[in-house]
Ligand binder design. Structure first.
Ligand code: SDX
Length: 431
């Protein structure tokens, strides 16, 4: 809190002015916030659909400066973490607030490894799905159902339960994700191999088969790990806000993460990486780019340039820059010439010079290049958002735990009501 006050003067008509003093709160970084809690007692609500100007909570986990294109996890720039850290180390940082020392890191990685398997009965769930079910549909269902198995980590008031739930979710998301892929292609599920690191274990479960030894490329595993890291957290985005809202009702952690997965699925959010690749395939050639740019600018055309624009970033998404560099490196290391990457780079070049995109400050976001790397790594398009969900699980849990371990109230927004005033029922014969 600061000693500053914002005074809201509201004209109530007939010369009457309400002056409402609202305290101003100051964070360590970023804009100050006006605490509007006192408005209800004065007969007013704030109105902010989409929460463009609303801070829904206080948090110490991630800071974004959209104008400068800055992303910090517990103060560390994403570029430095992407270059020097790895996914599980970043998970530790997001959960506990500090980078682990060697002993702490070894213990954390070892405990996560002990939770990579799922209850054997969970395998039978998959038979209830169609083989062509979208893997995100399976993820929503199976992750939500984990609360039916792991009763010893659903008591949100018990910090040990919360810790075990965090380990279980971080460890089991790759296993369940790989199972949803194997199910879709009719191959047997692969058990995790804990002699492999986190990303390599995921690739082993995705592409390994029981009749052959896995041979995971360290290059591909490192690229996969960096993609998980770049998706780990992003402050109060739609899916994280969903997890917080579900958690505020004291729902168990597995149910809250399933809610986050559902929110992430939309093409405006985590579903954009899949939509980017479909868009690039539809563009098909650099010769068609201008036509699609024109469509993106046409108010009467619902088409949007997928992978462009962001609620917060009005500059380059720093993750997109890292992802673009990684795309070049991975394709070069794998010796892949991908026309799609050329289309993406040309599309970015043209869009960034176009007055529409400049005026609206539309830049490539994290999803613009991720699909290209994932495709190069052999990940099927339908699994792209699942990959995002694996990486983001730790961010969802870190925010959920930050809220539950502190003081919180159930989230219950109000509304501007524009429907009928009270009226009497009309019997059927009189209608
Ligand atoms: C993620 O919040 C996060 O942090 C999310 C995320 C995370 O890590 O959790 O970063 C991950 O979700 C990234 C975003 C992925 N989505 C896409 O790439 C889909 C395409 N982008 C958009 O749909 C859009 O940019 C959003 C959803 C990302 C942001 O929407 P906003 O903030 O509500 O912006 P808006 O829709 O109000 O757009 C502002 C203007 C509009 O024009 P006007 O009505 O003012 O004339 O910009 C235009 C929009 O039409 N616009 C676009 C555009 N994005 C916005 N025009 C063409 N192509 C686009 N991609």
């Amino acid at each position: 809190m600061t000693d500053k006050t914002a005074t809201l003067s509201i004209d109530r008509g007939e010369g009457k002015i309400d002056a409402i003093d609202l305290p101003v709160m100051e964070g360590s970084l970023g804009p100050n916030v006006v605490n509007v809690g006192a408005l209800t007692a004065n007969g007013y609500f704030t109105y902010d659909p989409g929460f463009t100007s609303t801070a829904a909570c206080e948090s110490k986990i991630t800071f974004i400066d959209g104008e400068k294109g800055i992303l910090l996890h517990r103060g560390y720039p994403i570029e430095q973490l992407a270059e020097h850290s790895d996914y599980l180390e970043t998970c530790y940082l997001l959960l506990y607030g500090e980078l682990p020392n060697p002993a702490e890191k070894h213990e954390f990685v070892s405990i996560v490894g002990k939770h990579t398997m799922v209850h054997e009965q969970i395998r039978t769930f998959f038979n209830g799905f169609r083989r062509d079910a979208h893997p995100m549909a399976i993820m929503c269902g199976v992750v939500g159902a984990l609360s039916a198995f792991y009763h010893d980590s659903t008591d949100i008031s018990d910090s040990h339960h919360r810790t075990v739930a965090a380990y279980r979710l971080i460890a089991k998301m790759p296993t369940i994700a790989a199972m949803s892929y194997k199910f879709s292609i009719g191959q047997p599920f692969m058990y995790p191999d804990n002699s492999l690191n986190y990303a390599a274990n995921f690739l082993h479960m995705m592409f390994g088969v029981p009749c052959e030894a896995s041979n995971i490329s360290p290059t591909i595993a490192k690229a996969m790990d960096r993609i998980f890291l770049l998706h780990a957290d992003h402050e109060q985005n739609a899916s994280t806000s969903t997890v917080r809202l579900a958690g505020s009702s004291q729902a168990n952690p597995f149910a809250c993460i399933a809610a986050g997965i559902a929110a992430l699925w939309g093409p405006s959010h985590g579903g954009a990486n899949e939509a980017v690749v479909k868009m690039l395939e539809e563009i098909e050639s650099v010769d068609n780019i201008d036509k699609f740019i024109a469509r993106a600018k046409d108010k009467d055309d619902p088409f949007r340039l997928m992978g462009f624009g962001h609620r917060v970033y009005k500059n380059f998404d720093p993750r997109a820059k890292v992802m673009k560099q990684a795309a070049d490196e991975v394709l070069e290391e794998l010796g892949i010439q991908d026309e799609m990457l050329e289309i993406a780079k040309r599309l970015e070049e043209i869009a960034l010079k176009d007055p529409y995109f400049i005026e609206k400050k539309l830049y490539p976001n994290v999803d613009f290049y991720s699909g290209i790397i994932l495709k190069a790594l052999g990940i099927p398009t339908s699994m792209f958002t699942v990959i995002f969900a694996i990486g983001r699980t730790v961010g969802w849990i870190a925010h959920w735990n930050e809220m539950i371990s502190g003081s919180y109230r159930i989230g219950r927004p109000r509304q501007l009501y524009t429907g009928y005033a009270q009226r009497d029922f009309v019997p059927l014969d009189n209608r």
